[in-house]
Every structure is written in C-alpha cells, then in structure tokens.
Design a protein around this ligand. Structure first.
Ligand SMILES: N[C@@H](CCC(=O)N[C@@H](CS)C(=O)NCC(=O)O)C(=O)O
Length: 211
C-alpha cells in the first residue's frame, strides 16, 4: 500500500496511528501542503485525490481510498486486530460520535484551505485568523472534555478511533498555542496514547518528511 501523507497533517496522522496499531507498513509519499502554494493542488495529485487533500491510501489492488475516517474503518474491517471500535452498538456509536466531533466539527474549520481563504480572499489579519482557530478548538474541546471517559483512553481501557482523532487534534492545538489547562481529561488521554509506540512512531516529528 502507499500512503499519501504530510508530516503535519492531522488527518494523515490519524491514519499513520491506525496503520501502526495494525502492524501494517506502507510506502509513504509526502505531499507538501505549503510548498509552491501546496503541492496537493498540482494536477498529478488531483488525479490521485480529486479533493486535493491528504491522506489518501492506495491499496495493493490499485484502489484509492480517501477520507481518514473511511480509511481507518476500512483498515479495521480488513485487519480486525486490535479493534478500533467496540463491538457493542451503543458504545460504537459513542466512539464514532467523539471521532466526528473532532473530524467533522473541529478540524474542517481550522484546516489549511479555510484558513488560507480567510487570509487571501477575505483579507483577514493573522490575529483574527488565530482568534478564529482558537475559538473553534476551545468550543469543540469543551464538548469533548465533557464527553470523554478516560480509562486511560477516550472511551475506557481500549484505544479506539476516538483516540486516533484526539491525539492529532491536541498536537494541532499545541502548535497553534491554544491553552489546554481547562481540559485535564483530554491532556491525560493524549499522554496515555503517546506512551504507546504506535502513537509515538506516528508523531509528525518522527516522520521522514518532518521539517
Ligand atoms: N476530512 C478529511 C480531511 C482531509 C484534510 O483536510 N487534510 C488536510 C491536511 S490535515 C489537507 O490536505 N489540506 C489541504 C488543503 O486544505 O488545501 C479527512 O479526514 O481525511
């Protein structure tokens, strides 16, 4: 398999953790999201993923998968051990809800493309853009802090897709200096996860394309 990734991409970070947990190795192709306005915008990459975003996972069959939540669930279905979702339907729904708070409600507002649009098309100052970023992370984390049940992971004593989404989002928050002191449960879950080799190896700073 080939993973199209970028060291700092939190959506790619989620998939890197999933691959590590499943003991899977892939070729990695780095798509620099900043260089020359984003190499993801080049026709070569548009042909790989028409959405022009990472991650994308090319399977050995040649099929191309996009969207980190879909990729993680695919990996979980094809390589069920260790599971990334609980078996019990209510628990599964709760884990998916946490993952979606992050992947569907927090992350899209603070992604490269909308931030660039605020700056370039809407002419917003960097201080306003930073305030926007902080606002949506803080609002999302307030909900998340109330919803998680550390034990020590987000939903108890097994790692789930909720953790795979939480750790990269905390990385992003720290990088953009969002204060995390109001979120002790989120911070504790992040620390518990990063103590695991699968998470540690997936960290942005541990990637071959890290800068
Ligand atoms: N919902 C998508 C988000 C993918 C995404 O937005 N990736 C970002 C990096 S974290 C990206 O490629 N951004 C490029 C851009 O916005 O131009 C997923 O979960 O895979």
């Amino acid at each position: 398999m080939t993973l199209y990734t970028f060291f700092r991409s939190s959506a790619a970070y989620r998939v890197r953790i999933a691959l590590n947990l499943k003991g899977l190795t892939t070729d990695m192709v780095s798509i620099h999201l900043q260089k020359e306005g984003g190499l993801n915008k080049k026709p070569e990459f548009r042909a790989i993923n028409p959405q022009m975003r990472v991650p994308a996972l090319k399977l050995d069959s040649g099929e191309m998968l996009i969207q980190s939540l879909a990729i993680m669930e695919y990996l979980d279905e094809v390589h069920p051990h260790p599971p990334l979702l609980p078996r019990e339907p209510v628990e599964r729904a709760k884990v998916r809800a946490l993952a979606q708070v992050i992947a569907c409600d927090i992350h899209p507002l603070n992604n490269v493309a909308p931030l660039r649009y605020l700056k370039n098309e809407l002419g917003q100052a960097q201080a306003k853009i930073d305030a926007w970023y902080h606002h949506w992370v803080l609002t999302g984390f307030e909900a998340l802090e109330a919803l998680v049940r550390p034990g020590p992971y987000a939903c108890g004593n097994a790692v789930t897709v909720a953790d795979l989404c939480l750790v990269p989002q905390v990385y992003n928050a720290r990088r953009l200096n969002v204060p995390l002191d109001k979120f002790p449960k989120i911070v504790a879950i992040d620390a518990a996860c990063l103590a695991l080799p699968a998470f540690d190896r997936a960290r942005p700073e541990n990637q071959p394309d890290a800068e």
